[in-house]
Design a protein around this ligand. Structure first.
Ligand code: SF4
Length: 358
């Protein structure tokens, strides 16, 4: 196979390809002279792909850059560096009509179903708006389409006459979904779509997202801070920390055998509904808060909080994302040693730990 044939194949399989994506926000200072004094490096060189029809979960603590990454892919934010390809086309710096056409194929579902719907417009108008803006349907045709969309997301066909405040949180999130589906997109970026909902409603919403994916052949980027939430819906999961990707693995494999120390710590905080297992298992507690993305730690960004950190390499060398086995990709210098138990949190307690700055 030639290189261009291989390239064509990967284009066909992948709907989204992100390569070394960077999104920096400039920090300015000064009253008389406006000076650029630094950057908030919200996303700092991440690469991943999303296959057609797949759900990729993007997980990490608040402030790790996952929402910024999602917005940059949608081109709601201008990337500082790197490349984004959608369906084989480079969309990194699209503008004007080309960007408008692209937006039909990519939609976002927002975290907060309360603030993402205009309270002064009835539900019919809210769901119909994208159809009007993109000149797809108007009048009776648009009304019929709105009724179909409401039915698809499990709301009554006549819900269009009511206003957002008349609905519960879960129902409002369904309205947001109906609006996102109006343009028949290929990709939906769902940014914490269930975290504002009651636990009892979260499962219904996740089931609905899965049903819609099958019915409309959708591809999802599912952003969440909670590994327990993304488990059931994701085919693969990427774990982010301070603007970088630390681990990517098929969902089942990540839960069975997390390899990166950060993922291990996140998973050790997820409760298991079995008191015997809960008592037995080891909790990995992270020290301190997430460092500032304006001045991230040198070397491995996780070294100031990593319970396995070594003085050699961790504070100085940036670990590369390395493909191990079965599509499991990890950015850690010592992943093999930690996995084999040659480096443990206990051996480090005996040894001298890496100093945590200020
Ligand atoms: Fe921890 Fe070092 Fe691995 Fe980073 S490279 S995760 S600091 S052991």
């Amino acid at each position: 196979m030639t290189i261009s044939q291989a390239d064509e194949r990967s284009r066909a399989a992948n709907l989204v390809e992100v390569e070394d994506l960077k999104v920096y926000f400039p920090v300015r200072s000064g009253i008389i002279v406006d000076r650029h004094v630094g950057d908030v490096k919200a996303v700092d060189g991440i690469s991943f792909e999303i296959k057609r029809g797949e759900t990729l979960g993007l997980v990490g603590e608040s402030g790790c850059g996952k929402t910024t990454a999602g917005r940059a892919i949608l081109r709601l934010l201008e990337p500082t560096g790197g490349r984004i390809r959608f369906d084989g086309d480079d969309i990194t710096h699209l503008h004007g009509d080309e960007l408008r056409r692209l937006r039909r194929r990519m939609q976002m579902v927002f975290q907060d179903p309360y603030s993402s719907l205009n309270p002064r417009r009835n539900v019919g108008n809210i769901v119909e708006e994208p159809l009007n803006v993109h000149g797809i349907a108007r009048g009776k045709e648009a009304d019929g389409r709105v009724q179909e969309l409401l039915e698809v997301v499990g709301l009554p066909r006549n819900a269009g006459n009511r206003y957002p405040h008349e609905f519960s949180g879960g129902q409002r999130q369904r309205i947001g979904l109906a609006r996102s589906l109006a343009l028949q997109p290929d990709l939906i970026i769902a940014d914490e779509p269930v975290s504002a909902l009651d636990v009892s409603i979260q499962a219904q919403m996740i089931n609905l997202l899965e049903e819609l994916q099958d019915e409309f052949q959708l591809t999802y980027l599912f952003i969440a801070h909670d590994l327990a939430v993304v488990r059931h819906i994701s085919d693969r999961i990427a774990v982010m920390y301070l603007g970088k990707i630390m681990e990517v693995a098929p969902s089942a494999r990540l839960y069975e055998r997390p390899l990166h120390p950060y993922t291990k710590a996140l998973l050790s905080a997820v409760p298991i509904p079995d008191p015997a297992v809960e008592l037995e298992r080891e909790r990995i507690l992270l020290k301190g808060d997430l460092p500032s993305p304006t001045n991230p730690p040198s070397g491995c960004r996780f070294h100031t909080r990593c319970p396995f950190a070594q003085k050699k390499r961790c504070p100085d060398e940036v670990p590369e994302l390395r493909v191990l086995e079965n599509g499991h990709t990890v950015a850690c210098h010592y992943v093999e040693e930690i996995d084999a138990g040659r480096i443990t949190t206990r051996t480090l307690e005996a040894a001298e730990p890496v100093a945590v700055p200020g």
